[in-house]
Design a protein around this ligand. Sequence first.
Ligand code: ZN
Length: 97
Amino acid sequence: MMFDPQGPGRDTFDIRCADAVELVTEYLDGALNASDLAAFEAHLAHCEGCTIFVDQIRMTIHLTCSTSGTGPEIMPPDLDELLSRLRQRATGTGPTV
Ligand SMILES: [Zn+2]
C-alpha cells in the first residue's frame, strides 16, 4: 500500500478515497473483513464525498434489484463507469474532463 504524502494520515488505519471506492461494493455486500470495515467506516466518518457516493451506489443497487428481480451481486451497467470515474478523480490519474 502506497502512502500519499498529502493524505490526512490521522489514523493508523486511515485510507484514501481511492481505497474506499475499492471497498464500496464489498461493503454493501457485507463482504468486508473486520479491519477493512473499520477502515472504511472511519473514512466515511470524515469524508462527505464517499458517504454520498456510498448512498448513491446503495440506491442504484436497490433500484436495480427492485426492478429486475436479480440478486445484489448483479451490478448495474453504469456502476463500473461510476466507480472508475470516481477512482480516477480520487487518484488524479484519469483524464480531466
Ligand atoms: Zn473519501
